[in-house]
Design a protein around this ligand. Sequence first.
Ligand SMILES: CC(C)(COP(=O)(O)OP(=O)(O)OC[C@H]1O[C@@H](n2cnc3c(N)ncnc32)[C@H](O)[C@@H]1OP(=O)(O)O)[C@@H](O)C(=O)NCCC(=O)NCCS
Length: 409
Amino acid sequence: MSLSLRPITEKEWSAWITLDEEAFGNAIPPHRSELFRRNAEFDRSLGAFEGDLLVGATAVCSFTMTVPGGPIPVGGVTSVGVLPSHRRRGVLSALMTRQLADLRERGEAVAALYASEAAIYGRFGYGRAADNLFFDIPKHGAALAGHAPVDPALRLRVVTPAEARTAFEKVFEAALDSRPGLYARTPARWDAVLSDHEADQGGAGPLRAVVAEDDGGPRGYALFRIKQGFTPHDVPDGELRLKELFGLDPAAYALLWRHVLERDLVARVKAWQRPSDDPLIHLLAEPRHLNAGWLDDLWIRLVDVERALPARRYSAPVDVVIEVEDAFCPWNARRWRLTADASGARCVPTEDPADLTLPVTVLGAAYLGGRPLAALQAAGVVRESRAGAVRELSVAMSWEPAPWAGLIF
Ligand SMILES: CC(C)(COP(=O)(O)OP(=O)(O)OC[C@H]1O[C@@H](n2cnc3c(N)ncnc32)[C@H](O)[C@@H]1OP(=O)(O)O)[C@@H](O)C(=O)NCCC(=O)NCCS
């Protein structure tokens, strides 16, 4: 198979959509195709062509993403797919190799993605950097604990998503720096979040919203759908499907959760993609009723170790020599001395002996601060040659709150 790699042009949009539909086995309705197109940066797409046939694709979104210490530019990798007739012949490997080189050339030291399957991206140097939780909370387990904060100045406003978009954007922007992994949203991405065609509804009715506010403005919002239903004996059996909930302070957060959990005629609340340290865990009177499940959220790849490591802040002083293994990006594969103190962080090449040896996936997994290294050491992924070095690096890289992007791209 002879492949050529180049950006996909706007004129080739329908071939790109067809490829996506074939790879994922779905049908993309026209309005969603249009939303994808408006979110796409064609000059940052990469197609693999066999002759004129598009057989594989990927693209990058230019994100500003919060990492420990503040926002940095991050390449958000998306739209990865290979035509089923061409799978397992190295198309994705070719795309990933070129894309990582392009990211480095452009000066983006960090890449991020959501994975359709957890087995795909480790070989390309991505590490599982964040987790998310999904909840299935029955009405009988929905009571909040006595300590749930209440602020009499706060009130709820039932709104349509369209009329309250400015309030959502204001809240989200205020929340952006609060958690590693959150990334700034363009207007086109907000359009996708608030898209409410029948195909978006999954049989659960229109997008509904409430805003928590006081005289100073919005302090939080919840977006959700309700699949209304009754049992054969006419007992209310509605299901509230939470799409997004942000509260800028504990009282707003508690009020919004209280609202979704107590909605009349709702028998259960299903929430997906909640942060792994969701305060709700500590707000419910009986958190076992969360019926929580666990999934991988963001995957992170240090495209350029030398630039990525100093681009974040550290929780404790550190001075370690790290031997990085990286078959895919050979410029990273060497020993680096990472030092950090109150004045900032530095990462320089060194010939000094290694304190610890790890694959680049581990630096990606730990980059946002949510992946302690001890378990990776116990699993044999990290090897220590100076006693205490793993703990030193792990403590320095840890960060609170837990990383989470909360919105698939
Ligand atoms: C996932 C996908 C892009 C892989 O493309 P591909 O061209 O078949 O991948 P490659 O041939 O370059 O595979 C490289 C290696 O990864 C492995 N691999 C690829 N996809 C894998 C998967 N889903 N699970 C486990 N291993 C996988 C291959 O076996 C190969 O291993 P090897 O080097 O040891 O032989 C393709 O199967 C696809 O389009 N899947 C459906 C859509 C999808 O899930 N996209 C990803 C969205 S995040």
